[in-house]
Design a protein around this ligand. Structure first.
Ligand code: FMN
Length: 174
């Protein structure tokens, strides 16, 4: 799929997934897209735990407690390393966001669906509990989780503001 088609077809999916598996080769392709993302000073501070073991999937789903996780066939857990990349500045948040967007586009291009789960990980100690379950070292943070699979009831991309409302040539506001 063309990159512009993937951008326009992507949407956050929070419904059920079918029983169709997500192959390891697709998971590798998707995560490789994240690995290729830019990062501040090329510090590559985001790493990925790919969960496809059904027992672990169930345990993570129980922690996240969101319906979309219960039928997910795989999850990609994005882990941020806070080490500074430039002087004492960490670009971990930006690095992770760039990687996640690449993952979302790759997931869409391969015919799967997902949703960027971040806010929900920051409550009820969920990020730390998932980190403990997956063996993530305590100096790193589980920052984003993407549950994925083939959508049982595919949705449609959400409306975005018109170009003219958000972008201008040469001068803010046009
Ligand atoms: C930083 C960030 C955090 C997000 N956290 C959550 C979340 O915790 N739970 C959730 O259901 N969606 C989450 N989302 C998805 C947004 O709600 C979604 O992207 C937005 O509503 C626009 O819809 P769209 O993705 O279909 O275009 C998050 C998105 C971003 C970029």
């Amino acid at each position: 799929m063309n990159v512009f088609d993937a951008i326009h077809q992507r949407y956050s999916y929070r419904g059920e997934f079918t029983n169709a598996a997500v192959s390891r080769s697709d998971l590798r392709k998707i995560v490789d897209a994240g690995i290729q993302a830019p990062s501040g000073c090329n510090a590559q501070t985001t790493s990925f735990v790919i969960v496809d073991d059904p027992r672990l999937l169930g345990q993570v789903a129980e922690i996240v407690a969101k319906p979309v996780c219960h039928s997910a066939k795989a999850m990609i857990v994005c882990v941020a390393d806070w080490r500074p990349a430039y002087a004492d500045v960490s670009f971990a948040v930006e690095d992770c966001a760039a990687a996640v967007e690449n993952l979302l586009l790759a997931i869409t291009a391969l015919g799967y669906a997902t949703v960027w789960l971040d806010g929900v990980l920051r409550t009820e100690d969920r990020a730390r509990r998932i980190a403990a379950l997956l063996g993530v070292p305590s100096d790193k943070t589980v920052r984003v989780l993407l549950p994925l699979g083939v959508p049982a009831e595919p949705g449609t991309p959400r409306e975005k503001l018109a170009f003219e409302e958000r972008a201008w040539f040469n001068r803010y506001g046009g």
